[in-house]
Structure formats: structure tokens, C-alpha cells
Design a protein around this ligand. Structure first.
Ligand SMILES: [Zn+2]
Length: 431
């Protein structure tokens, strides 16, 4: 089937901070042609429509913005029922809420139901790819991959590995964590649009032997991703240093076992020391900025400009359920405010680059997703800048300025602004 989307096309080729006006392409009356789940042609609407086959389905989104689908680089699907839990910082929050909830994921039926809710919610928010933590039970990852495959969504996920400092029901051991991860990886990595992320939760919940095993798996499967947490909160850093006295710093706990590389995404990275920053840049690891989570748990303020200037690859993420919104628009909103507190500027074009092409690059997926270009997969979001009365009212004074419109979208927009989401060329926003 041929599908044509018509509307205002916006797509990034590079970071606006580096490339300026050459960073993006905008077509006021553009169109793209989709066949077999991929974009095959992009251009002015009159040209694309003139060449369209007679039986093509045309989705006319004139007046609305059409962008690549949003990408969330760090999120926990088993935490959908603890989002918005009151009053704690990281380590207490994990014990009191998360570790209680995650025990329920041994039940495959529950895991399947939550995975279905979660993927519906991402589609509703215009998020078409995410890098996802499952729970420790392999059933939780199995349920997630099964549901993602059914939807033909490009997703990366992994079962968390944890063998200490958690309830017994949530711990594996070094050998079991390795075996279960390897079995899931072998089954799901590269199957359809799915990828596996080796996922030791963080240094505190893994013994040195478990991190060794995770590193061995990463060496065996250099093509797979690695995801974990790094330098989120002062108490966490102090505890990590006491558990790993031989390590030079927090990053070194991962570095010495081979878990720091271009496929590794580290959540938070707030309180990094100079050696850690230099090493992260040298190994091409990714720092995932999770502003709603960092503010919610009172963890601290991410140094986006500093890390970028030091050559660290930066990503943006929700970190639901410590993050408080599934919306990447709202995540950009909070990122802007957190950076304001550090006197760092983050223009709307930079934000929308990060939500799409920037996050695709952070995951090494820019040859598949993250732009509206022929040959890429047709994961797309359609945005309505006048979705609420207050937005429509505000838009009356925007007067055709794209940057200003984007800033209104990221400050006032949320799932109501997502008019449609396409996954591999098919409509995916639930009714
Ligand atoms: Zn997290």
C-alpha cells in the first residue's frame, strides 16, 4: 500500500548548535510517500501528489507539523503504576515503591497487560522508539518484546540484572543474570525492529561478579546496547564508592568491566567528576538527561552545555516512573527549565533536534529512524500547535515564526498536541 502524508514537514540533519540554519529542512506544504513501512520520497506536496499512484491513501495533515517520531532513550516500563509516588529521593524511592511494584512482573499476564498499556501510551504521546528497562524477571522482557513485535515498533529493551541490595524476589545471581539475558538477547536482538540492551540496573544492585558477567556479555555481543544508571544522587554515589573501593570513580566501576562504549547509555550523569567526563567522551558513551526525574527526586541539574562541549554524546529521556511525564514535549519543557537554572540556553530547534535526530544518533539508529528521508523507516508524529484553547490563543500572536511555534509546542504541548502517530507507516495513536 502507498500512503502519502501531507503537511508542514520538519526534519533535522544535524545539531542546530553546530550547523545553524543548515541543520534542518522545513517544507511549508510538503508531502512524503510511504511504501512497505518506509519513506520512499519527500518533497513539495505538488510534486509528490503529481507522481502518486491512483490508489494511494492520502492523509492530509495540512497546517500541522509532521516530524520524525519522538525517541525516548531511558524509561522503565514496570513503573507505570508508581509514577507520581510521593516524597522520596532515589534510594528510598526505589525501596519503597519501585521494588515493591517490580515484584509483580513474575506474572506473565500482568507483564503483558502493562506492556500493552505502556506501548499504547508511548504511541499516544508520539514516541515511536524507546530504550526500555524491563524488570528482573525474564517474563517481563518476554512480554515486552512480544507486544512490541506485534505492533512492529522499533524498540530496545532488556531485563535488568540485579543480585544484591534488593528484595530476594528481585534478585538473580551472576550466572543466572547472564544466562537469562543471553537467552533473551539471542531470541530477540535483531528480530524485526527489536534490539536488546544488556541492563545491569546500577552499581549498587550488582555485585562485582555480576558486572563482570554483564561485561562479558557485552563483549560477546558488541552489536547489542548497554544501559545503566550513573551518578544520579549524592547518597547513591557515596554508596557506590563504598561498595567498589578499588574503582577510581563511579564510571570506573563500569569501565573496568568493559561496559562503557558507543552502545552504552547512562541515565542521569549529573554529578560527574572531570575524569569521568573525559572518559565518557573518549569511549563515546551516551549521557541521558532525564529532567522530570531529576527534578522530581531532587537529584540535581544536568550540565548539558558542559558535557556537549566536552565531547560527550548527550540524549534526552523521560525516566518514567521517576520521571513524571511520558510526553517528550513535556520532557523538553522541563529540560529547558532545568537548564535555565544553570544559565544554559536551549532553543526550541535544539530541543526538537534532540527529540528526533539527536536521540536517534545517541542510540546509533540514525540510519533507520530520526529523520524524514527516503530509505528511513516511517515512524512519524503529527503535531497540532493549537490543540488546546490556551495554545490556540497563544498561537494567534506567533505569526508564522516556526521557532516560536516550536517553543509554544514544547512549553504548552503534551499528548493533546499529538494529532497522529505512525509506526512503520501505520496509524498508531489509540482512539
Ligand atoms: Zn532510570
Amino acid at each position: 500500500m502507498t500512503r502519502i502524508l501531507r503537511g508542514r514537514l520538519l526534519s533535522f540533519k544535524d545539531s542546530p548548535r553546530r550547523a545553524g540554519a543548515a541543520a534542518y529542512r522545513y517544507l511549508e506544504d510538503g508531502a512524503l510517500r510511504i511504501e512497505a513501512g518506509c519513506i520512499v520520497e519527500v518533497g513539495e506536496a505538488r510534486d509528490i501528489m503529481a507522481r502518486a499512484p491512483a490508489q494511494a491513501v492520502v492523509d492530509d495533515h495540512s497546517g500541522r507539523l509532521i516530524l520524525p517520531g519522538f525517541i525516548d532513550t531511558h524509561i522503565h516500563y514496570p513503573q507505570t503504576r508508581v509514577i507520581g509516588s510521593y516524597g522520596e529521593q532515589l534510594l528510598e524511592w526505589l525501596q519503597k515503591y519501585t521494588f515493591v511494584e517490580e515484584q509483580k512482573f513474575a506474572d506473565p499476564a500482568r507483564a503483558a497487560a502493562v506492556a500493552s498499556f505502556f506501548l499504547d501510551e508511548l504511541a499516544r504521546q508520539g514516541t515511536t522508539t524507546a530504550m526500555v528497562y524491563c524488570a528482573v524477571q525474564p517474563e517481563s522482557a518476554e512480554a515486552f518484546f512480544t507486544e512490541a513485535e506485534r505492533r512492529n515498533a522499533r524498540m530496545i529493551a532488556g531485563k535488568v540484572m540485579m543480585d544484591r541490595n534488593a528484595p530476594p524476589a528481585l534478585t538473580d545471581d551472576p550466572q543466572r543474570g547472564y544466562d537469562e539475558s543471553k537467552a533473551l538477547l539471542t531470541k530477540w536482538h535483531g528480530r524485526g525492529r527489536l534490539g536488546y540492551a544488556i541492563s545491569p540496573r546500577f552499581a549498587i544492585t550488582s555485585t562485582p561478579a555480576q558486572l563482570e558477567a554483564a561485561g562479558a556479555l557485552a563483549r560477546e555481543f558488541p552489536d547489542a546496547h548497554v544501559q545503566t544508571h550513573l551518578s544520579e544522587n549524592a547518597a547513591e554515589i557515596a554508596m557506590t564508592k563504598s561498595l567498589y573501593p578499588e574503582a577510581r570513580d563511579y564510571l570506573d566501576v563500569y569501565e573496568r568491566v568493559g561496559l562503557v562504549g558507543p552502545k552504552s547509555v547512562f541515565g542521569h550523569c549529573i554529578h560527574l567528576e572531570p575524569r569521568e567526563i573525559a572518559s565518557l567522551a573518549r569511549h563515546r558513551g551516551v549521557a541521558a538527561f532525564c529532567p522530570t526525574s531529576n527534578l522530581f527526586l531532587g537529584s540535581g541539574l544536568f550540565d548539558e552545555a558542559g558535557l556537549d562541549a566536552a565531547g560527550v554524546r548527550v540524549a534526552l529521556a523521560t525516566d518514567v516512573g521517576a520521571g513524571t511525564s511520558y510526553s517528550m514535549l513535556q520532557t523538553a519543557n522541563e529540560a529547558y527549565k532545568a537548564l535555565q537554572l544553570r544559565r544554559q540556553s536551549w532553543p526550541a530547534l535544539q530541543a526538537f533536534y534532540q527529540l528526533t535526530q539527536g536521540n536517534a544518533r545517541a542510540l546509533g539508529l540514525e540510519d533507520r529512524i530520526g529523520a524524514l528521508e527516503p530509505g528511513l523507516e516511517a515512524d512519524i508524529v503529527v503535531l497540532n500547535s493549537r490543540a488546546t484553547p490556551a495554545m490556540a490563543h497563544r498561537m494567534e500572536s506567533v505569526d508564522g515564526d516556526l521557532k516560536e511555534e516550536l517553543f509554544v509546542l514544547m512549553t504548552m504541548g503534551d499528548d493533546r498536541s499529538v494529532a497522529q502517530t505512525y509506526v512503520a507507516g501505520e496509524k498508531a495513536k489509540p482512539d
